[in-house]
Design a protein around this ligand. Structure first.
Ligand code: SF4
Ligand code: SF4
Length: 272
């Protein structure tokens, strides 16, 4: 098991270069360890990890679309860096949900278990970095969203785009080089990880050349549209209904049909 570190233009910074590289290696090692030995039933492919500086311009642009989104400085005074990690589900889990007429049990279990894994990764990173004199905070993997707007106050997916780990697709998910079927977490740190801005990279076929659109066809409730905004309310109502299928599991408002059985489920279809 290994992880991909997305650091397109690493700029060595004199005496701090080694520290930045060590920091990135440390973070990568912890995420890799949890992904390889997650406990429970869920299995993952190799994680993808990205780093970037926490600069004001990125959040000014984000808040133009989502004014309620927090800045790193509100969560961690003195914030200077962002870390994003993507845990791609195993092909078995993705295939099971693609074949299931409703939501596959494997997908629901993966959702629940990955909430725990992401929380454990966040806690472990905070603890280990603190031992190095680095302050860090990690937002919960889910449920921290405005129930009226149905928008997160801290979007792990948006942080993934900032770090170059992925880019938004027509399915409103973030597509990475390992696809979109998985879960994201992120961390704010008070040091600059020493990675220059990554180039914007399109990974959705529709955004790239106007083709595909399969995710729109797969959505059971018509929440995704070729030429209109994602209907969050319609999607959320469907997710809440799905929770009733799995009475023995903790809250499982899941669906995921827009993440499975698609060209972008397991890989970046534009880069293929
Ligand atoms: S299914 Fe096709 S159109 Fe939809 S997000 Fe994936 S690549 Fe883009
Ligand atoms: S999660 Fe399900 S309901 Fe929501 S957009 Fe995706 S396919 Fe549609």
């Amino acid at each position: 098991m290994w992880c991909w570190v997305v650091d397109y233009l690493y700029v060595p910074d004199g005496s701090s270069a080694m520290k930045q590289a060590d920091l990135r290696e440390l973070v990568c090692g912890i995420v890799r360890e949890f992904t390889a030995h997650p406990g429970g039933e869920t299995r993952y492919r190799s994680p993808i990890i990205g780093f970037c500086s926490a600069d004001h311009e990125k959040f000014t642009r984000l808040q133009e679309n989502v004014p309620e989104h927090l800045t790193p400085w509100e969560l961690l005074p003195g914030a200077r860096g962002l870390v994003s990690y993507f845990l791609p589900f195993s092909e078995d889990i993705v295939g099971a949900n693609a074949r299931s007429s409703l939501v596959a049990r494997e997908w629901a279990v993966a959702y629940v278990e990955t909430n725990r894994v992401l929380s454990e990764i966040g806690k472990s990173l905070i603890k280990v970095l603190a031992e190095q004199g680095i302050r860090a905070v990690s937002e919960a993997p889910t449920y921290e969203f405005d129930k009226a707007q149905l928008k997160a106050r801290w979007s792990h997916k948006s942080i993934a785009c900032m770090t170059g780990t992925g880019s938004f697709g027509l399915n409103s998910l973030v597509i990475t080089d390992a696809g979109c079927a998985g879960r994201f977490g992120s961390l704010i740190i008070d040091v600059d990880p020493g990675v220059a801005a990554s180039p914007d990279s399109e990974r959705c076929l529709y955004h790239h050349n106007g083709t595909c659109g399969l995710c729109v066809q797969r959505c059971p409730v018509g929440a995704l549209k070729m030429d209109g905004p994602f209907d969050r309310k319609l999607c959320y109502e469907h997710l809440v209904q799905a929770d009733a299928y799995f009475a023995d599991l903790p809250l499982t408002d899941v669906c995921g049909k827009c993440a499975v059985g698609l060209p972008c489920s397991l890989t970046n279809p534009v880069g293929r």
